[in-house]
Design a protein around this ligand. Structure first.
Ligand SMILES: Cc1ncc(COP(=O)(O)O)c(C=O)c1O
Length: 373
């Protein structure tokens, strides 16, 4: 089976883990932690970075550090992974959903303004599948209405908008280092920011909000501390960050070239402002293809090719539709783009170190199945 994605640890990962174990620095202090944060801030071109246990933790820390609370609203895309909107819900604030751009699948920046109310406190763009959102439009609206912007860059390590790195164009950028991410620590997350006060607040909140003296807490904190072991892997990954990002992008470009002329598939786009890193190479089946997306996925599986369906949009999630909390998003709107891509979209094997032969095999199999059906 060609897996949909597997981690790639091509450098000093094992050496640094061994070092952390041998020196006994296995918990949430240790020099790999500060080094990982410094390296990641430099990579994103931000002044500060604070690591934590997951992408969800990064988003929750960002929302909390910016003071989101009950009664507030945050504008977010319906087409995302549930961590984006759940992080908002944790704070008591309510996500307000917006449909996707038909080309990039990111939040449709032209549909944000109509959702802004006096309760809106922030916008959370999510750089879907490694393609940046239209950040100039989003930041223009944020300035006009005095809103925070939290970038969910969980899928967009190294992606760029007009030369600026994802995670550097907002109040806080949030990353995931889960095993399928372009840079991974197994599990892990990072907040990036240009603002020292926000960085300090995130670091305090992730560590039980310890005050001075210790065991005095002036606010409710969390334990979202990463260990020196994960940070050791992170440091090794950062030494190869350019190679890891370039390799993932090359996979996307090779798929684009090989599938360009295949009928029945809508391929991912790269807007003129964007450097797409193709975190996952997502294709959408044209409406005139008779096969359903799941039938096609099954046929690919028979050929030894693992694929994954696109996200199911937030307005279709039972946890939200069934109002399991008072501040879950209103699911009653119309979201035709998200509905369509979620029904017809899936991603192909996208590991950074997938071979050219494997990509060719996937493309030939896909082309053959589409021809026969
Ligand atoms: C857009 C998005 N946000 C947040 C997350 C959450 O990251 P984690 O799994 O590290 O909590 C993911 C995970 O894949 C994601 O795709």
């Amino acid at each position: 089976m060609i897996p949909v994605c597997k981690p790639w640890l091509p450098g000093n990962e094992k050496k640094y883990i061994d070092d952390a174990v041998e020196t006994n620095w296995i918990s949430s202090n240790g020099e790999y932690i500060t080094r990982f944060e410094e390296d990641f801030a430099q990579f994103c071109k931000t002044k500060y970075a604070a690591c934590c246990t997951s992408g969800l933790a990064a988003l929750h820390l960002a929302c909390s550090a910016l003071g989101l609370k009950k009664g507030d609203e945050v504008i977010a895309p319906t087409f995302t992974m549930a961590a984006s909107t759940n992080a908002i819900i944790f704070t008591g604030a309510k996500p307000v959903l917006v449909d996707s751009d038909p080309e990039t699948y990111c939040i449709d920046a032209d549909k944000i303004e109509e959702k802004i109310t006096e309760r809106t406190k922030a916008i959370m763009p999510v750089h879907i599948y490694g393609h940046p959102c239209d950040m100039d439009k989003i930041n223009y609206l944020a300035k006009k209405y005095n809103l925070y912007v939290i970038e969910d860059a969980a899928e967009a390590h190294g992606a760029e908008y007009n030369g600026k790195r994802c995670g550097s164009m907002s109040d806080v950028g949030c990353f995931s280092f889960y095993a399928n991410k372009i840079i991974t620590t197994g599990e892990g997350g990072m907040c990036t920011t240009q603002n020292k006060e926000i960085a300090d607040r995130i670091k305090k909140l992730r560590n039980h909000a310890f005050d001075h003296p210790r065991f005095v807490h002036s606010e409710v904190g969390f334990n979202y501390r990463i260990t020196n072991l994960q940070a050791a892997i992170g440091c090794a990954q950062m030494e190869n960050a350019k190679m890891l990002v370039d390799a993932r992008r090359e996979v996307g470009i090779r798929y684009n070239q090989r599938l360009e002329k295949v009928k029945g598939l809508i391929l991912p786009k790269e807007k003129s402002y964007a450097k797409n890193v193709y975190w996952m190479y997502g294709v959408v089946l044209d409406e005139n293809v008779r096969l359903s997306r799941d039938e096609l996925k099954d046929k690919l599986a028979e050929e030894g090719i693992e694929t994954r369906s696109f996200f199911i949009p937030m307005h279709q999630q039972p946890a939200y539709v069934n109002k399991t909390a008072e501040n879950v998003p209103d699911c009653s709107g119309s979201f035709p783009i998200a509905d369509r891509i979620s029904r017809r979209g899936f991603y192909l094997p996208s590991s950074s170190n997938i071979s050219d032969e494997e990509i060719d095999y996937v493309c030939n199999s896909l082309e053959q199945i589409l021809k026969e059906n």
